[in-house]
Write a protein that binds this ligand. Structure first.
Ligand code: SAH
Length: 346
């Protein structure tokens, strides 16, 4: 699949440069929802372009709305008939956050995650990541009853973003160029691929976006049990990487979070809290985000609220910077870890 920007630069090769820029910016205008609206081009050009380049790389298969109208989930299909999911959710400021997928399926196989059970099909292209945002932009433009502003994008849908590093980076750069979102409005969540985390330390073109690392246990054995991509030295490697990251990008310190999904009896006991505190002390001041486990028909269950409160209090008492994630969209299976697309009947 050739990238939209390459096709366009070929087609526009003998045109003035501003034409290409106008069209590229036009992909992020909510009032241009097909080639027909691209009024800066002649009719002949629009006809030519619509036959050579689809306006959108994804089309809607289904759309679900939560009872509270604060979370929406869309199942979208790619040009080669692969299905992915993307979520629109209202954030604490009343604006919208979009959760995008970066791959079809995922190879990381985390045992508590529904996407992990699907296996891996392929990486998404940068256009397919960008078009999840554009899908919701057009959706909101047609829903005058809803707040219009999209303020954040989180890469927390299907897939491991750092396993699709270049395309994810290209999509981040497009959001930074064509929307009003700055780098701290964009968050990449990663299982913790150390070679890729290392790569971004020296990558001048990696934007200063927020990072969230799925820690989920500060005990090496527990982490490997629940996350097969882990390994005995992982926690040491992550601590070392974090030190380098803070040294290199002191200003991004506040924009690194460790995620911790609370699984009853697995990683929510006081012994686990102590290990987490020790790990947090070792890496210096970091934020821990506790995530209630969302049901994925796995062997796990959500921590009792008393266990969650005790765990959180232990961290707070030890002066660890801890927050708790709100669960949204569970009634439409749009919450973290619930994204899965049923295989189509043959
Ligand atoms: N591959 C990325 C993005 C995954 S989804 C990563 O590993 O970070 C975003 C977050 O939701 C991750 O922290 C992931 O571990 C977590 N998650 C997965 N399944 C979950 C579930 N069933 N309940 C709550 N959080 C879950």
């Amino acid at each position: 699949m050739e990238a939209r920007s390459l096709i366009l630069s070929r087609l526009f090769s003998d045109q003035p440069a501003f034409r290409l820029r106008q069209v590229e910016a036009g992909f992020f205008r909510s009032d241009w929802y097909s080639w027909d609206q691209v009024s800066v081009l002649s009719k002949d050009w629009r006809v030519k372009l619509s036959s050579e380049l689809p306006w959108m790389s994804l089309h809607q298969i289904a759309l679900l709305e939560s009872a509270k109208h604060d979370t929406f989930k869309a199942i979208l299909e790619t040009g080669d008939n692969k299905r992915i999911e993307t979520v629109l959710m209202q954030n604490a400021r009343g604006f919208w956050s979009i959760c995008v997928s970066s791959q079809v399926g995922c190879a990381m196989a985390c045992t508590f995650c529904a996407t992990g059970k699907m296996g891996f099909t392929r990486n998404l292209t940068a256009d397919e990541i960008i078009d999840q945002y554009r899908f919701w932009m057009y959706f909101l433009a047609g829903r005058h009853d809803l707040e219009q502003r999209i303020s954040n994008v989180v890469y927390m849908g299907m897939g491991e973003p750092l396993a699709n590093y270049e395309k994810v980076k290209a999509s981040l750069r497009a959001f930074l160029t064509h929307t009003d979102m700055g780098p701290t409005r964009l968050t990449i969540s990663t299982v913790g691929l150390i070679p890729m985390l290392r790569k971004l330390l020296t990558d001048e073109s990696w934007p200063s976006v927020r990072l969230a690392v799925s820690l989920h246990s500060a005990d090496a054995k527990t982490r490997t049990d629940i996350m097969p991509s882990s390994y005995p030295r992982f926690l040491d490697d992550l601590a070392e990487w974090t030190g380098e990251y803070f040294q290199k990008f002191e200003s991004r310190r506040r924009h690194l979070t460790f995620e911790y999904v609370m699984l009853a009896g697995v990683n929510d006991t006081s012994a686990h809290a102590e290990k987490l505190i020790a790990f947090a002390r070792k890496v210096g001041k970091v934020k821990i985000n506790l995530i209630p486990y969302n049901d994925t028909k796995s062997k796990y269950s959500t921590s009792e609220s008393s266990a969650l409160i005790t765990f959180e209090k232990k961290l707070l008492d030890a002066r660890v910077d801890v927050t708790r994630r709100r669960t949204m969209g569970a009634d439409i299976a749009a919450a973290c870890g619930q994204l899965i697309v049923e295989k189509k009947a043959a």
